[in-house]
Design a protein around this ligand. Structure first.
Ligand code: PLP
Length: 408
């Protein structure tokens, strides 16, 4: 008899974005004439930067000639991209990360989802609330939790991110083994200071724990005092894995390219307390289950680090940050408290009530789609996330409509 993985049955029903899509589709069907503006899902809207496009075209042409054709590449990524990442994203910021510690992949979603395979079933796992749902759901699928009770899975340690802690949870009193952190945060847009990250690194060291640091939105940091990488914190190389993505940094959500940094000397432990290096485990997993990102995509990613690419992709991020500023200013002018939007494309708005009701109100009265905070966890109740990924004209139109609706 083929037995199913019954852990899937524990997953809480509809995935957030499918519920949103259902409500938006129903509204659009009932009101076919209205033009809905989407500030919900975090997908980029600007076209690829010319430097990336040019590099990709050139690489495609190379594949059309016998002398420059390439078949399977190294699963970990081509040296040219790994070297560029190590040099520009890390060594340039004083982080001692080498190319051999970079694993190129087709997305941070997969990497954040897959990394848990390297670790034992019995881990005590700390996960922020609210949270990017992938961290939680992949541990549920893997059987590391009990059932969900009142929206929370038994066996997980939730790190509450609330207005009281500025949406940056401190390390818990209780010992935990695996810690998911994400800064700049999705969904709250909050960023962590050097001191706050240091407290986590110190905690991980003291507890022989491991931090999974999701820095998918690193490119949005503009405050020079905010670390871009966990490795800017002394000692982090011993206790942290970092995820980065070209999705939001360079508009690669459809192109697909990201990377994970696994330091060579990072260790986990065997039951007898002996050390097991994590780098060979991830290398083995990656080479067994993944066959590399396509050559033209890696050339396009490499072009992000060229002088033109840096300029063009920074301009794109600045454009979204300009949208974010408008949204935040507009929302605050209406008397709502919010965070984010200054070093992040997301604005986290305290709606002073039920988050799905506020979502429905903005959809009905302003024809603007946001994301209800409750979909990201219990602490997201009472908030909506507004995304800055759209054109300036649509953001301006959306804010005018929201102002009209909320003032009415
Ligand atoms: N991590 C966070 C926090 C995200 O918000 C997202 C995408 O929205 C990802 C990872 C996934 O990025 P990628 O497109 O590289 O899979």
């Amino acid at each position: 008899m083929i037995l199913a993985n019954e852990n899937f049955g524990k997953l809480q029903s509809s995935y957030l974005f499918s519920e949103i899509a259902k409500r938006v589709a129903a509204y659009q069907q009932a009101n076919p004439e209205v033009k809905i503006i989407r500030l919900g899902i975090g997908d980029v809207t600007l076209p690829l930067a010319p430097a990336c496009l040019e590099a990709m075209h050139k690489a495609v042409d190379e594949l059309g000639h016998e002398a420059t054709f390439r078949g399977y590449g190294p699963e970990q990524g081509y040296g040219f991209l790994r070297e560029a990442i190590a040099k520009k994203d890390y060594q340039a910021r004083g982080c001692d990360i080498s190319a051999s510690e970079i694993f190129v992949s087709d997305g941070s979603k997969c990497d954040c989802a897959n990394i848990q395979e390297l670790f034992a079933q019995t881990l005590r796992i700390a996960i922020p609330d609210p949270v990017y749902p992938v961290y939680v759901d992949t541990n549920v699928m893997a059987g590391r939790t009990g059932p969900a009770v009142d929206g929370r899975y038994e066996g997980l340690h939730y790190l509450e991110s609330t207005a009281d802690n500025g949406f940056v949870p401190a390390p818990p009193e209780a010992p935990v083994d695996l810690i998911y952190l994400c800064f700049p945060n999705n969904p709250t847009g909050a960023v962590a200071t050097r001191e706050q990250l240091k407290a986590w690194v110190d905690y991980a060291k003291a507890n022989k724990a491991l931090i999974l640091f999701d820095a998918a939105y690193e490119a949005f940091i503009r405050d020079p005092s905010i670390p871009h990488s966990i490795y800017e914190i002394e000692g982090a190389k011993d206790v942290a894995i970092e995820f980065r993505s070209f999705s939001k940094k360079a508009g690669f959500t459809g192109v697909r390219c990201a990377f994970t940094v696994v330091p060579e000397n990072l260790v986990a432990y065997a039951k007898d307390g002996s050390e097991i290096r994590v780098h060979p485990l991830w290398n083995r997993r990656h080479t067994t289950k993944f066959n590399g990102v396509s050559y033209p995509v890696q050339r396009a990613a490499e072009a992000v680090y060229s002088s033109d690419g840096e300029l063009q992709t920074t301009e794109q991020v600045d454009y979204y940050l300009g949208n974010a500023k408008l949204i935040r200013k507009g929302i605050e002018a209406l008397g709502y408290a919010c965070v984010g939007g200054d070093n992040s494309p997301y604005i986290w708005v305290n709606v002073k009530g039920d988050s799905w009701a506020f979502f429905d109100r903005l959809l009905r009265e302003a024809q603007v789609v946001t994301t209800p905070g409750a979909g990201f966890g219990r602490c997201g109740e009472g908030y909506v996330r507004i995304s800055a990924f759209n054109s300036r004209a649509k953001v301006e139109e959306a804010m005018a409509r929201i102002a009209k609706a909320l003032r009415a």
